[in-house]
Design a protein around this ligand. Structure first.
Ligand code: UDP
Length: 417
């Protein structure tokens, strides 16, 4: 059973779900959306063809993080009782992911964590994501770590090495898949035309811990930079959160070279990034996408859970000081060397095969050992052998491999055959 609810979770779970569904001889996948993101999520589930089997429509009722968590937890509990999955799969660090992991744990269903082991080291930043990640690590049985650094973080917290799988980050799979099929996007072509010949900056900012004065100061720095340089344009797909919208409108509107636009669909956003001079963002996912695109990124944060983007040379951390942010922009404007260097950086987040690696690891932990065709009532049907997952054995009573029919499909299993 997969659980997701926001734009980044859809992007990063899509390659895993696609690989699971490609193995429908052994896996039956049930997808649950919390719809923690409302308008932002569904263009992404449509784009990746993600089927939603249960929609919790949580934002119709939730007003606070605790509301959201409680609603997802309560709804998932009854779905888990009904579906009785062998594994609950969550991604990243959202409140949906935390509630999904806790609900699985309560029902003694093993939890797999995609994008495990990311840490800033500051439990309040990003908020609440850093704490969510740490808690999910405690609840999960299997940890799919994108990078060796993420694996080291998990080992340092006492996670047994045999529960950690080095997989890369499935955002690379999604980005490559989209980049390969998208050539020209009309909405983006219009933006590119209107900013032709200018140095394009794509800006995104939406982190909760930046709301208020921090975000306003950063946006003022951006506006002053554009005013000072007639060869610069900024394109800002504004996150629908009211705190972001009001700051963007108050500080950045009314300038001919600053375009405030609604959030873009993934294919549009990626097509735009491909034509950008510089990215400025506080997003986690964008930090992982910049190396794949070979685009320089200023990270609008004090710390990052993705230090690999900085150490590979693609990203620079702004920190919390607006004066420093302003001087970094000037330096980049005057010296084009960094822009050239990042184009040749190797990608620390994998090669686009993370979905496959994660599903191979799931096969291993669920003990899917073989599939073959056998004869039943005069018909040939798929038969497979499977053992109980490792964690289930330790928290439930140990059971032998048993027969199970998958989603009504004709299948037969004979233990030991
Ligand atoms: N993104 C998008 N359209 C936009 C802005 C961002 O498709 O207008 C994508 C971006 O490529 C990245 C993801 O959304 O993969 C990041 O989502 P978000 O910033 O909401 O979450 P975070 O990555 O910070 O968890």
């Amino acid at each position: 059973m997969t659980v997701f609810g926001t734009r980044p979770e859809a992007i990063k779970l899509a390659p895993v779900i696609q690989q699971l569904e490609a193995r429908d001889d052994v896996f039956e996948t049930v997808n649950v959306s919390s719809s923690q993101h409302t308008t932002l999520l569904h263009p992404f589930t449509d784009l990746f063809g993600l089927r939603i089997d249960f929609d919790l429509e949580v934002m119709q009722q939730a007003r606070t993080l605790s509301d959201l968590c409680a609603h997802v937890l309560r709804s998932l509990d009854s779905i888990l009782a009904q579906v009785q999955p062998d594994l609950t799969l969550v991604q990243g660090d959202t409140t949906t992911a935390l509630a999904g992991a806790l609900a699985g744990f309560h029902r003694r269903v093993p939890v797999g964590h995609v994008e495990a082991g990311l840490r800033t080291g500051n439990e309040l930043s990003p908020y609440p994501e850093e704490m969510n990640r740490r808690l999910i690590t405690r609840l999960a049985s299997y940890h799919f770590a994108p990078t060796p650094g993420n694996r080291d973080n998990l080992l340092a917290e006492g996670v047994p090495s045999e529960r950690i799988f080095l997989t890369g980050n499935p955002v690379v799979d999604s980005l490559q898949a989209i980049r390969d099929v998208v050539s020209s996007v009309p909405a983006v072509d219009r933006l590119l035309l209107s900013t032709e010949g200018l140095r394009r900056i794509v800006l995104t900012t939406h982190r909760r811990e930046s709301f208020g004065e921090v975000m306003s100061e950063n946006l003022r720095v951006v506006r002053r930079f554009v005013e000072r340089h007639s060869d610069v344009a900024v394109i800002f797909p504004v996150h629908p959160n009211p705190a972001v919208r009001s700051a963007a409108n108050a500080i950045l509107s009314g300038h001919p070279r600053i375009c405030l636009i609604p959030p873009l669909r993934y294919e549009e956003f990626i097509a735009l990034l491909a034509h950008t001079w510089l990215i400025i963002s506080d997003s986690g996912g964008v930090q992982e996408e910049a190396p794949t695109l070979g685009k320089p990124l200023l990270i609008l944060r004090e710390n990052t859970e993705v230090p690999e983007a900085v150490t590979c040379g693609v990203a620079r951390l702004v920190g919390g000081d607006p004066l420093r942010f302003a001087s970094m922009l000037e330096e980049i404007h005057d010296d084009g060397l960094w822009m050239k260097q990042v184009q040749n950086t190797s990608n620390p987040f994998g090669e686009g095969d993370s979905g496959k690696r994660i599903v191979e690891a799931i096969e291993q932990v669920l003990g899917v050992s073989s599939v073959r065709v056998c004869r039943q009532d005069g018909h040939f049907v798929k038969c497979f052998l499977r053992a109980q997952p490792q964690r289930e054995q330790s928290i439930r009573q140990s059971q032998p491999a048993t027969a199970r029919s998958w989603g009504g499909r004709s299948s037969a299993v004979a233990a030991g055959t």
